[in-house]
Ligand binder design. Structure first.
Ligand code: SAH
Length: 251
């Protein structure tokens, strides 16, 4: 059996209880070494075989899984954050299905939530935004035309931009081109939840300078939107004059 497990954003105690158990029980662990906190591997069994996938191709990863499976071993494939976001798990799951290898998926805390926690922010603020756009700037990996950052920028929604901290000029240019005002609040969160976490608050117009001044060019998220710094309304959920399925309005 192969278990895909979300490692969480960085801090070793932000993996789920299930993920931690699977990791403790694994015979083979294939981890995304560029971003997974090595502390997470300290709890692995003494004989556990550890492989850093940063050095491997898809075929090599699948071959390791197949070999473990043939030997009746349990494999954990440890991905950073939640594996469903930029995790390249679909291709692995399809390759395993084609070979008749059973697998399951354990979710993880995405770095986008680690970043929100670091910022003490709420993405879905009443009166500001009720939507979150999770995206990236086109780089060596293309982005479908309709999802270009400039096409998404005009919504005014909260945005979490992955994999783009090394292209902050480009992020700014596309946001401005798409109609985002230069004074729209923005933030760069480097290594959210790691001890070396850095939080840089700026605006869309100053993104590139702020990133350069902080020396951040990788392992960071760019957050954009009024949710970072705009007047908002309190939620209806806890409004005393508002009835919910669980509570009558106080008159
Ligand atoms: N599946 C992961 C994302 C993997 S893609 C998740 O759910 O978080 C890798 C990108 O994620 C990085 O380029 C960066 O943009 C972001 N990232 C991953 N860990 C991060 C962290 N601790 N802090 C800030 N950004 C992070």
């Amino acid at each position: 059996m192969v278990h895909f497990v979300g490692a969480g954003p960085g801090a070793a105690d932000l993996i789920t209880l299930r993920g931690a158990r699977l990791l403790r029980e694994a015979d083979v662990v294939i981890y995304a070494g560029s971003l997974v906190n090595p502390e997470l591997l300290h709890g692995c069994r003494p004989g556990c075989a550890l492989h850093d996938s940063a050095r491997l191709t898809l075929d090599e990863v699948i071959a390791l899984m197949e070999r473990a499976e043939a030997a009746g071993k349990t494999t954990v494939r440890l991905h950073t954050g939640d594996p469903s976001l930029y995790g390249a798990i679909r291709e692995q799951m399809d390759a395993l299905s084609a070979r008749g290898v059973a697998f399951d998926v354990t979710p993880g805390v995405s770095s986008l939530f680690g970043a929100a926690a670091a910022l003490e922010a709420e993405f879905t603020l009443p009166g500001v935004s009720q939507s979150l756009i999770v995206t990236r700037l086109a780089g060596r990996t293309a982005v479908p035309e309709g999802e270009k950052l400039s096409r998404l920028a005009g919504h005014g929604a909260s945005m979490a931009v992955f994999l783009s901290a090394g292209m902050l000029e480009g992020v700014r240019a596309e946001l401005l081109e798409g109609g985002c005002a230069a004074d729209t609040p923005a933030a760069i969160v480097y290594k959210a939840t790691w001890p070396e976490e850095k939080v840089v608050r700026c605006t869309v117009g100053t993104l590139a300078e702020a990133g350069a001044a902080a020396g951040v060019s990788r392992t960071a998220l760019v957050l954009v939107g009024g949710f970072l710094d705009a007047p908002y309304e309190n939620s209806r959920l806890y409004d005393p004059t508002f009835s919910t399925g669980y509570r009558e309005a106080k008159t």
